[in-house]
Design a protein around this ligand. Structure first.
Ligand code: C2E
Ligand code: MG
Ligand code: MG
Length: 741
């Protein structure tokens, strides 16, 4: 009301001025001036109220209330001034001016009713205060026409009041409706904002689609999951997607309440392979008709990838990507169960690379890794897709063949074919960094067909078979069979007895003489014997290999060294034996001990013997395995005077390259060449070559296993003047040996 009051105030001042001007002809100037002054005062009051409102509009209920009360007061004042006009400005006998006044007041009343209709009290106060004085004035005039006019004015007032009530109700309703509409709009806006925030910040992708499978809405998170934008996704026709796996699920949501699906999805929007979890439900209109569907999408790609990574780390060998030992054991267990169920045999092949350690030591671990990767690749070409290949660790691989024949022989034949294929594949030259290398492997195979065999047993058996393959020259395949098992049981028994033999000192040394071309004794080879309490004398060939495998050789070897040195010490007392050189066999394990040099030095010092009288016999194969360390060990011992002889020469794989670098004093031609030297032309050539080789390397040469005069003559003719063999003497206990001298 205050906001529109300036117009009505202006109108009221104009009308008041016009009225005063027109009535000046019939009303005394003093009355007119007094009335007009009051009118001006009332107008000033109203104006001050309007200005105060315009300067400080306020929504506070208290302020609004006081303003309303003041407004009504000011309205009362100004309406009383107007009402006074009906009495004071009414000319007695001038009907024209009387009507003019009545019209002015009626107009004011109509204007006030409209202007103040929003407040019933203000409007009532205004209209009643204006009309009442003029009506009374008309009634008291005594003129019949004026009384009737008074009655008409009263009627007018009643009509005005009735209209006022109607207008007021309309306006209040209007205002209430408007306020409610504003409130509702605010609520809707807040709710929309709420939902917008919920949808956009929810950690899942959300979309709506219509019955044509066209997306009508999607939130930001869905755009993030698909690595696209909401603009691209909205209006997308899902029927045109490359990956159609989700379409049946989206359609199913129209019929069933909630559909759930989890699986791979390849998105053409971002060219990525995702793993999505999708929950769909139908959306319906007010009458329950399906209008489309709502989809909730969760992206589990990361989780799935992590799972795959963890799985791979737990079950696969990172170098070759082949199943590791854990997964192998699992698969082997399954293979055993399935083999016993369907009655078909399976086979387990244990593949071990030959000389892998040498490759690793000479070319480095990186090259070793490369070889292992190539081997893994080659193995996959040798077996069927269902067969398992795994890396057991180090240079050991395992292949499981399943679903073979029911007959052991046929199954073994097939296994052999696969084994040969593997051998051939590994034998292919292999490009490692810059050079091509040739490699081989040894394979142990075992057949299985029942649940009663345990996985560990099978692996052990394959390992034994593989060991046999190594023993029989490598690059070959061997089967594990019961006979082998028998010999293994015997071995176990022997091992137990060996332990006892060490405790009970059942070992002895025998001495075999070594002579020159004039039969003059040069020295002897100390050869160990086991004086078994029940079985009598046992040859070293029967227990040294086992002692080497079990590590017992370290004890035994040290005992031999000490006994030999003690013997050398004794020999110093006798001119007949004083210059004899004693050869002692050293096994690979002994030589490779970190403190081997110290051990030899300690023994030599303890017995105070001349170190040049001690000769250590090494074999070729043991030298090759760790050539650099061996050279260091040998050189250190050579410096204190110890001699070295290469035993069983010709049976190993020594290259001249290596021989040249070793500080050797002697080559010992292996007895296998000497034995048939008279008849076998090959052996003749080999022996001649070895002698020439020794001569060119500037080291002495001795032949072992010389049994006949014929042999000796051939050797002598070809430049070998040192011999050891039954022709000159068998290995003998010390007393007999010394007597033979
Ligand atoms: P080896 O070092 O090559 O020893 C020579 C072997 O040939 C000895 O067998 C010896 O008795 C045998 N032998 C010598 N002359 C003849 C011959 O004219 N004809 C035939 N047929 N054989 C002959 P033994 O004593 O049975 O030793 C076998 C192998 O055991 C040795 O071969 C050696 O490698 C190993 N061995 C012996 N004693 C020790 C030892 O104390 N320590 C280690 N680590 N190995 C030993
Ligand atoms: Mg020997
Ligand atoms: Mg020998």
């Amino acid at each position: 009301m205050l906001s529109i009051s300036n117009i009505s105030l202006l109108a009221s001042i104009l009308i008041a001025t016009t009225l005063a001007y027109v009535q000046r002809e019939v009303i005394s100037p003093q009355v007119l001036l007094t009335w007009y002054s009051f009118m001006v005062l009332a107008s000033i009051l109203r104006a001050s109220q309007i200005i105060s409102y315009q300067r400080h509009p306020s929504d506070e209920a208290v302020v609004i209330h006081t303003r309303l009360v003041r407004f009504r007061l000011v309205i009362l004042i100004s309406s009383l001034v107007w009402g006074a006009a009906g009495w004071l400005l009414f000319p007695e006998n001038n009907p024209q001016h009387q009507v003019f006044l009545i019209l002015m007041l009626a107009g004011m009343t109509a204007g006030g009713v409209i202007s103040f209709s929003a407040d019933l009290i203000s409007a009532l106060v205004f209209s009643v205060s204006i009309i009442t004085p003029i009506t009374i004035r008309l009634f008291v005039s005594g003129d019949r026409l004026l009384v009737i006019l008074g009655m008409a004015v009263m009627l007018y007032l009643v009509f005005m009041i009735m209209s006022l009530r109607l207008i007021n109700r309309n306006i209040s309703d209007n205002i209430t409706l408007r306020l409610e509409a504003i409130k509702h709009k605010e609520l809707v806006r807040a709710s929309e904002e709420h939902h917008r925030l919920l949808l956009n910040y929810s950690p899942v992708g959300i979309f709506h689609y219509n019955t044509d499978l066209i997306i009508t809405y999607c939130n930001n998170h869905l755009a993030d999951i698909l690595q696209s934008t909401t603009k691209h996704i909205i209006e997308l026709d899902m029927k045109l997607l490359n990956d159609q796996t989700l379409l049946p699920i989206l359609r199913k949501a129209f019929d069933i309440q909630v559909v759930h699906h989890e699986g791979p999805f390849s998105s053409s929007l971002c060219n990525a392979d995702l793993w999505l979890d999708l929950t769909c439900t139908a959306s319906r209109d007010g009458s329950g008709n399906v209008t489309g569907g709502i989809g909730i999408v969760q992206d589990f790609t990361e989780r799935k990838n992590s799972e795959a990574r963890i799985n791979s780390l737990a079950f696969y060998d990172p170098l070759t990507n082949l199943p590791n030992r854990r997964l192998l054991m699992n698969r082997l267990q399954q293979a055993l169960a399935s083999s016993s169920r369907i009655g078909r045999k399976g086979a387990l092949l244990l593949i071990d690379l030959d000389n892998f350690k040498t490759l690793n030591d000479t070319l480095g671990h990186q090259v070793g890794d490369l070889l292992l990767q190539q081997v893994a690749l080659r193995l996959t070409t040798c077996v069927r897709e269902d067969d398992t290949i795994s890396r057991l660790g180090g240079d050991e691989f395992v292949v499981i063949l399943e679903n073979l024949s029911q007959h052991a022989l046929e199954a073994a034949a097939y296994t052999e074919i696969v084994g040969e294929k593997i051998l051939a594949a590994i034998n292919q030259p292999c490009q490692l960094v810059t050079n091509k290398h040739h490699y081989s492997c040894s394979i142990g195979a075992v057949l299985f067909n029942s649940n009663s065999q345990t996985t560990n047993e099978l692996l052990k058996q394959a390992d034994i078979a593989m060991y046999q393959a190594k023993k029989s020259g490598r690059n070959t395949l061997r089967f594990f069979d019961p006979e082998m098992q028998a010999s293994i049981t015997a071995r176990a028994a022997l091992e137990a007895e060996l332990h006892k033999a060490i405790d009970k000192q059942q070992f002895q040394l025998h001495y075999q003489i070594q002579v020159d071309s004039t039969h003059r004794p040069l020295g002897a080879e100390a050869l160990i014997r086991w004086a078994h309490p029940e079985r009598g004398i046992i040859s070293p060939a029967q227990f040294i290999p086992l002692a080497e495998e079990t590590g017992l050789i370290l004890h035994i070897g040290l005992w031999v060294l000490e006994t030999a040195c003690a013997q050398l010490k004794t020999w110093q007392q006798n001119p007949l034996t004083r210059d004899l050189i004693l050869s002692v066999n050293i096994s690979a394990k002994q030589l490779r001990q970190a403190d081997f040099v110290a051990q030899v030095q300690a023994v030599v010092q303890y017995y105070a013997i001349n170190p040049t009288l001690l000769k250590l016999e090494l074999t070729e194969s043991m030298l090759l395995e760790n050539i650099e360390d061996t050279i260091v060990t040998m050189t250190t011992l050579t410096k204190i005077g110890i001699q070295f002889s290469m035993d069983d020469f010709g049976t190993g794989y020594s290259s001249l390259q290596y021989l040249k670098r070793l500080p050797l004093n002697q080559l010992k031609i292996d007895q296998s060449f000497v034995r048939d030297i008279a008849t076998d032309n090959n052996d003749k050539v080999i022996v001649r070559t070895i002698i020439v080789m020794a001569q060119s390397l500037g080291i002495s040469v001795i032949a072992e296993g010389v049994e006949t005069e014929e042999n000796r003559q051939f050797l002598l003719d070809n430049g070998c003047a040192h011999y050891q063999g039954y022709l000159f003497g068998r290995p003998l206990p010390i007393e007999l040996f010394e007597a033979s001298l």
